[in-house]
Each structure stands twice: as structure tokens, then as C-alpha cells.
Ligand binder design. Structure first.
Ligand code: SF4
Length: 305
């Protein structure tokens, strides 16, 4: 597997900023995305250039090919859009070993408007060593961005995602848990609204997410009322957010979908963490703990080694 260079990391971050841009109409947007990826192909990844599978070059080649199909499909009907989405080079949902549940992710940092200090050490950026991981994040962010700006694309995405979630749910009981955002966060209220509707259409699945994007949830509450969020959406709040003690914090704490906070502690302050009496130990494997993040009401504490 190719190693990611610092230059490549900067270049991926440039793409991330383009694909999450909210001030472009989708035709202008997709042109921008294509030119950003082409720039990266021509300059940023010379050292990684290779023809074998699983390299950055291979990933970018797949993405640009798929973008061309997507661009044409936007002029077509719903079936054309659905077909282009089903030809996306990376699975929309993927299952990683630790989480053990299918997960949807988008690009980290640029979608994390509520993040605090974690932006400086974001664990998700480590996944950029893996071309498929960064490729999936870019692809899913583009799909999400198009789905929140183009109504036909939104209909196609919602149908495909509903089918995907139900398909995983039929496989095994554990697959009824779906994780939103191993990487990234709710970055616009339109995006949250779309997910709320998808989750509502899959009542047999438990969809859980971690979030620091308190302003987005607050805006949803203002526009639609948080009471309209589906019961099978479980929201765990992360402590490293940037809102201090602002009103939005109390608002998200009291949503009916909020199950509690996710805290981290070090060996040095473990005693304080345990004293609180709400501690659930993370054993490092989500299947083993039976997804307490989704099902347990109350805070969860995890030791950082
Ligand atoms: S919220 Fe999570 S994904 Fe976003 S910057 Fe922080 S650690 Fe990274």
C-alpha cells in the first residue's frame, strides 16, 4: 500500500474543502470537484503513481471516472442518477473490525463544525493512509453534497440507502445497528433532515451517531422541532465540542434522541471518572459490548491509553 505523504495530506484537505463547499450550485460544484481531483492526480501524487490496485492513483482514477458518469446522469432522469450512484467505486456502507456494524462516513474535519481541539489530532485522518478509506470519504461526501442540493439526487440516495440499511438488517441481528459517522459529523441541517427521513423509513434498524455538531441539531429543532427526529435514531454527545456552556448544549442534551455523553479519561483521572457512577467500560469491541453506545441511556467513559 502506498504511504501518504504530507503533501498528499494537504492535497486531500484541499479536495475536502472543495467537496464540502456550500456556495456552489451542483453543476458548478461537480466541475470544481473534478478539477480538484485532476489537479491532485497531475501534481500531488506523483510519488504514489502506480498502476496496481489499491493505490492512491487507482483510487483517484476510479473517482474521476465515476464523477464523469455522475455528471452525465445529472442531465438524465431518476433511473440514470440511481444507476450512477450504484456504480460508485466504493461501498456506501462499510463494516470495520472494531465497530462491527455497517457504517456511513464522510470526510472528517471539514464536516465537523462543532469539533473542539480534536481537529488538531483527528484520529480519522490516520485512515488517509488507506487509499480506499479516503476515496470512500470523498465519494460519500460528494454524494451527500449532491443529495442536499439536487432533489432528484436526494430521492435516489434516500431509496438506495434505505435498501442498503434493510439489506444489512436482514443479514444478522447485529447488523440492525447502523453507525453514522465513524468519520465526520452532521454538517448541515439539510443533511441531518435527509438522514432523519432515511432512519424513519427503517424502523427495524437502530441507527446511532456521535456528534459535536450541536448547532446543526439546534437549527433542526428551530426549523422542524427535534421531537420529529425518529425514535430509532440514537445520538451520543461527544465532550470535546466548541460550545462551552452555550444554550445549544442544553438543547441537545434534552432531545429525546440523546442517550448521553461519551467521555474519555486517562489512567491519572480514572478515579474521578469512576466516582461519577455512570461509567460503562468500553472493551474495545462494539459487538462484544452489544452496542451500549446506541442502547445504553447514560454516559459512557472510555480510557485513553
Ligand atoms: S469530530 Fe471526530 S472526525 Fe471530526 S475532527 Fe473531531 S475527531 Fe475528527
Amino acid at each position: 500500500m502506498s504511504k501518504i505523504s504530507e503533501y498528499s495530506r494537504d492535497a486531500f484537505m484541499s479536495i475536502a474543502k472543495v467537496v464540502t463547499s456550500t456556495d456552489l450550485h451542483y453543476f458548478g460544484y461537480i466541475t470544481e470537484v473534478k478539477s480538484a481531483i485532476n489537479l491532485l492526480r497531475s501534481k500531488g501524487l506523483e510519488a504514489d503513481r502506480a498502476t496496481s490496485r489499491g493505490t492512491y492513483e487507482d483510487m483517484l482514477s476510479k473517482l474521476t471516472g465515476w464523477l464523469a458518469t455522475t455528471y452525465e446522469a445529472l442531465d438524465g432522469d431518476l433511473a440514470d442518477i440511481s444507476t450512477s450512484m450504484s456504480m460508485s467505486p466504493f461501498h456506501l456502507l462499510t463494516e470495520n473490525a472494531k465497530v462491527g456494524a455497517p457504517a456511513w462516513s464522510v470526510l472528517p474535519v471539514v464536516t465537523c463544525g462543532g469539533a473542539g481541539t480534536c481537529k488538531s489530532y483527528c484520529y480519522s485522518l490516520k485512515a488517509w493512509r488507506n487509499p480506499a478509506a479516503v476515496g470512500r470519504q470523498i465519494q460519500n461526501t460528494i454524494i451527500a453534497r449532491l443529495a442536499t442540493t439536487c432533489s432528484r439526487y436526494r430521492v435516489a440516495f434516500m431509496q438506495i440507502m434505505e435498501d442498503e440499511i434493510k439489506k444489512w438488517g436482514r443479514k444478522r441481528h447485529a447488523r440492525k445497528h447502523i453507525r453514522l459517522h465513524v468519520d465526520g459529523d452532521m454538517w448541515t441541517v439539510e443533511y441531518l433532515k435527509m438522514w432523519a427521513e432515511i432512519v424513519a423509513s427503517c424502523p427495524d434498524s437502530m441507527v446511532y451517531t456521535y456528534t459535536k455538531a450541536f448547532e446543526v441539531w439546534s437549527e433542526y429543532d428551530r426549523l422542524y422541532g427535534s421531537i420529529t427526529l425518529p425514535e430509532n435514531l440514537r445520538v451520543r454527545l461527544s465532550t470535546d465540542h466548541r460550545y462551552g456552556n452555550a444554550d445549544v448544549v442544553r438543547l441537545v442534551e434534552h432531545m429525546h434522541t440523546t442517550v448521553g455523553y461519551f467521555h474519555t479519561y486517562t489512567h491519572a483521572n480514572a478515579r474521578d471518572a469512576r466516582v461519577c457512577g455512570y461509567m460503562a467500560e468500553c472493551e474495545g469491541g462494539c459487538k462484544a459490548c452489544n452496542y451500549k453506545c446506541a442502547s445504553r441511556i447514560g454516559d459512557i467513559w472510555v480510557e485513553i491509553h
